[in-house]
Design a protein around this ligand. Structure first.
Ligand SMILES: *[C@@H]1O[C@H](CO)[C@@H](O)[C@H](O)[C@H]1NC(C)=O
Ligand SMILES: *[C@@H]1O[C@H](CO)[C@@H](O)[C@H](O)[C@H]1NC(C)=O
Ligand SMILES: *[C@@H]1O[C@H](CO)[C@@H](O)[C@H](O)[C@H]1NC(C)=O
Length: 368
């Protein structure tokens, strides 16, 4: 298992944008809005299990050989006394906000954390890995845990739960838990637009079809293993993240329309596919979550939500730094993260994640 997660020596391709991407979208400090998250009445969800990339990784990459790491300062600056945990943000990231909203626990631990207890397993863990994507090439290039390896870890997880609480209860936990999938930004921004790996064979219409096919296969595998309540996040306006503005937005760093169009195209195909799965896989509930619109609105009208800076990240110059690249100890980093939508050049602050997700999480309970 671990062997399969070793970096492939044939994939040492690195461009600055690849490195940027490593740190894909993460979240923020929440003191302000936290309390607004609705307490679900009788949640029937025993655990939350998350798959995806750096937007949702809560520390798995701390334990694998990869450059996509952020277990150092200033990551986690506004989190639990400033401890870097491997979350690609200044504070909490979406999986934490989800378990908090469902009143299950405060944080969703990384599955590879060696200190997990049985209780941790029974209330949910996270398999996500920064740098990953739907496309297996993306995980190879960025040496992340691929979605298929995340599934293998999930199978291992099921075995552990079974050994801990028995077959019967483990089945209930698997079928009643909430599954969340959040990935795809790296596929479009990095693998497709910043390398020749896929562009030579696919136009964007064909590539988004391929990604949806990967997504659909993954979801059906999850279903086969017993998952029934699955939330899938669409892509954000990736052309508007600071690093992409810097790389492809010209001298005035405008949003890269081509990237945003690709994200929207993917989202509409993904959402249709989920509706199809919703209608064909018995006893399942799929939820497509649109983050594109709320994230774009936030970026276009930061003041409306109490932010002042929408085009650069807090860390370093905010234009290009992500994770291992120059964020660490950079004296240019901002002092007041709460004014920033982006923490680094790729990942949102905790506060931005909260603004985007709070209305969505309020409704989770009525769906599941
Ligand atoms: C849960 O449901 C029961 C019975 O329907 C109700 O009495 C109780 O108040 C509910 N709990 C919460 C936290 O709403
Ligand atoms: C795991 O527990 C050991 C012993 O308490 C501790 O030293 C270590 O820091 C812990 N690791 C993590 C990742 O929490
Ligand atoms: C799946 O069906 C439920 C209702 O049973 C609905 O709330 C949800 O939006 C549907 N999901 C999709 C992706 O169509």
């Amino acid at each position: 298992m671990r062997k399969e997660m070793e970096p492939h020596s044939s994939s040492c391709y690195y461009s600055p944008s690849l490195v940027l991407l490593l740190s894909l979208l993460v979240c923020f400090t929440s003191q302000i809005i936290q309390k607004a998250i609705a307490a679900p009445a009788n949640s029937t969800v025993p655990a939350v299990l998350v798959f995806g990339d750096s937007m949702v990784d809560t520390g798995n990459n701390d334990y694998i050989p990869t450059l996509a790491k952020c277990n150092f300062r200033p990551y986690g600056r506004d989190f639990m006394g400033g401890i870097p945990t491997g979350r690609f943000s200044n504070g909490k990231v979406p999986p934490d906000l989800i378990v908090e909203a469902l009143e299950i626990k405060e944080l969703l631990p990384a599955y590879l954390d060696p200190n997990l207890t049985l209780q941790d397993l029974l209330t949910g863990v996270n398999f996500a890995s920064g740098g990953g994507g739907y496309d297996p090439l993306t995980s190879n290039v960025e040496t992340a845990i691929s979605l298929s390896d995340q599934l293998k870890l999930f199978e291992e997880y099921i075995e552990k739960v079974k050994n801990g609480v028995g077959e019967e209860r483990s089945k209930t936990i698997v079928s009643d838990s909430l599954y969340a999938l959040c990935t795809g930004s790296n596929d479009i921004a990095t693998t497709y637009f910043s390398t020749p790996l896929r562009k030579l064979q696919y136009n964007i219409a064909a590539y988004t079809d391929l990604l949806v096919q990967f997504a659909s296969t993954f979801i059906q595998e999850l279903y086969r293993l017993g998952a029934r309540k699955i939330v899938v996040f669409g892509l954000p306006p990736i052309g508007c993240v600071p690093s992409q503005r810097t790389i492809a937005g010209g001298t005035t760093r405008i949003c890269v329309e081509k990237y945003n169009d690709a994200a929207m195209l993917f989202n509409s195909k993904l959402s249709s596919q989920l509706t199809l799965l919703n209608n064909t896989l018995p006893q399942s509930t799929f939820l497509y979550v649109d983050i594109y619109k709320p994230a774009l609105d936030l970026i276009q009208s930061p003041y409306k939500y109490g932010f002042e800076e929408a085009t650069i990240g807090c860390c370093g110059t905010g234009k290009i730094e992500t994770a291992i690249v120059l964020c660490d100890g950079n004296p240019l980093s901002c002092t007041d993260t709460s004014k920033y939508i982006f923490w680094d050049s790729y990942h949102p602050t905790e506060k931005a994640y909260e603004v985007i997700l709070t209305p969505i999480l309020k409704n989770l309970n009525s769906v599941f």
